[in-house]
Design a protein around this ligand. Sequence first.
Ligand SMILES: C[S@@+](CC[C@H](N)C(=O)[O-])C[C@H]1O[C@@H](n2cnc3c(N)ncnc32)[C@H](O)[C@@H]1O
Length: 224
Amino acid sequence: MIEIVQTADGSNTLYNSEVGENYHSRNGALQESRHVFINTGLQYFLDRNSVVADVSILEVGFGTGLNFLLSADCCRSRQVRLNYTGIEAYPVGLDMLVAMGYDQYVSADVWERFMAVYPDSLLNAVVLNDYCQLQIAHSKLADFQSARQYDIIYFDAFASARQPEMWDEAAIAHTIQFLKPGGVFVTYAITGNLKRAVKALGCKVEKVPGAAGKREMLRAVKIV
Ligand SMILES: C[S@@+](CC[C@H](N)C(=O)[O-])C[C@H]1O[C@@H](n2cnc3c(N)ncnc32)[C@H](O)[C@@H]1O
């Protein structure tokens, strides 16, 4: 039902035959993650807030953890402490995570600590090291609740053609409630409905260049 497939930049992704969808772009899983989430989301936020020593990220659709790994590595090199929460309804097994080969894209320290804590992080917040904490909420987006708000939201659901309920107004409103004022929301896609929904929730919406294979993507900053 779930198999590993190679993408155009040589990095691996997963294909879920039940949903009929890949976890990342077939034009390159690594390039997509770096472009959409790290450069357009995390680096953008850190560059706008150059004095911050801590950053918090909420990811919708934790999947293989590629976005987390690259974020942890980025924060490590920028000496920023990272508090990361992933929401994942169907966690990937540890054996499959190992087989993805993502260790080659991050420092050995980040990878080894991730491997050591991955199953535990599904139950509790775990400290990877002195600059990074991870929690994976084993939950559907609609059931996820939290008292906290985050600096950045990575919205990485399957495409709306496959999972429209993840992109409707209710799902987007449920997600954006967890974004701090001044916080940044990024996703790999952009549609008129998504732009309108995000704008109606008090965000300034930008259409920015997309990852390889996509002309545009959405970035929004919460203004209220
Ligand atoms: C596009 S993939 C995410 C890829 C992931 N960010 C990565 O780097 O591997 C979408 C993810 O959403 C998860 N998912 C599907 N339905 C969900 C739901 N209702 N709530 C939360 N996660 C869901 C899937 O299991 C899958 O891991």
